[in-house]
Design a binder for this molecule. Structure first.
Ligand code: ADP
Ligand code: X2W
Length: 287
């Protein structure tokens, strides 16, 4: 870092390289699923907060959707409540839902809001209940009852648009509201995908704990087209937690989002590198 500071030419070069991206993405919405190490390690969290604040400062509209699976797991453990997953989804009974809502909508959401505010941004925390943002219905999986696990039935983006115009950065916890006012626990990747599609976002960026989508030899694929993704899934080279990410990237791109990225949240300033540099980080998925 210090050697970079000592090289004004390099600094100027970096700023100039960022200019076309600032121009291209000015006034555009970029939906970011924030999760993994980037959320739990203090220095990565601080860097993320600076990245989002910088995006907003140069005229983009970042919309943050956060996860928090490990934090929910830790709280359930402290309360002595057993939890288990079916196809990557946490089976959610009423007692679990109470904890999910407290942890995601309370502690985790406010920690992110505070981190962004500390970086000089103006973040506003929401759950899908606020402004009727995320209407949910029960998610059905091969006849297995997942309880209060939901999927997004409808998005009402009015509150996001209002915040964007007001120079605020929305930070959304993945909780939806049902027809009777009940809460649903929704996988955060699904929420990010649905928001990106509804907002006709320029980009959907999913931050995770791997370098991106890897091929059968463990090499990073920097660009994948839909047809190739389908082949990799059929051949079993994409599985587990990567499946819903891939699916929501494909859905978002099919719905008109220009690009969907799966990026390595363990890399310092991963978001900044993805948005403002020619190289980018992770895997770009296009149709
Ligand atoms: N082709 C692939 N490339 C990279 N990761 C893959 C691939 N196929 C399956 N995975 C798995 O998907 C995981 C990422 O999903 P997950 O752990 O659910 O992420 P997150 O917790 O960030 O939502 C990886 O750790 C890896 O085990
Ligand atoms: C239905 C379901 O599984 N919901 C997730 C919601 C949080 C989430 O998605 O967090 P990560 O992105 O950190 O995994 C859960 O209960 O863990």
């Amino acid at each position: 870092m210090s050697s970079m500071h000592n090289d004004p030419h390099l600094q100027a070069h970096i700023l100039v390289e960022a200019l076309p991206y600032m121009q291209r993405f000015h006034g555009r919405t970029i939906v970011i699923k924030y999760g993994g190490n980037a959320m739990t390690e203090t220095h990565l969290q601080e860097q993320f907060a600076y990245d989002v604040t910088l995006m907003k400062q140069v005229g983009m509209n970042p919309v943050v959707v956060h996860g928090g699976g490990p934090q929910i797991g830790a709280m359930l453990g402290r309360l002595g409540v057993q939890t288990h997953f079916v196809d990557g989804m946490r089976v959610t009974d009423a007692a679990t839902m109470e904890v999910v809502e407290m942890v995601l909508g309370g502690r985790v959401n406010k920690e992110i809001v505070q981190a962004i505010n500390r970086a000089g941004g103006r973040a506003v925390g929401l759950t899908g209940k606020d402004g009727g943002l995320l209407h949910a219905r029960p998610l059905r999986r091969n006849g297995v009852d997942l309880g209060l696990v939901g999927e997004v039935a409808r998005v009402n983006p009015d509150v996001i648009r209002l915040l964007d115009q007001g120079e605020f950065i929305p930070v959304v916890a993945p909780i939806g509201v049902g027809t009777q006012g009940e809460s649903y626990n929704i996988n955060a990747d699904l929420v990010a995908g649905a928001l990106a599609a509804t907002l006709k976002a320029e980009k959907l960026i999913l931050m995770t704990n791997v370098a991106g989508v890897l091929d059968q030899d463990g090499r990073l694929r920097t660009h994948l087209e839909a047809a190739e993704v389908a082949r990799m899934v059929a051949d079993g080279h994409i599985y587990g937690g990567m499946l819903p990410k891939i699916q929501c990237c494909l859905d978002a791109v099919a719905a008109g989002v220009h690009a969907a990225h799966i990026i390595d949240g363990r890399v310092p300033h991963a978001l900044l590198l993805e948005i403002f540099t020619d190289a980018g980080v992770g895997t770009l998925i296009s149709d």
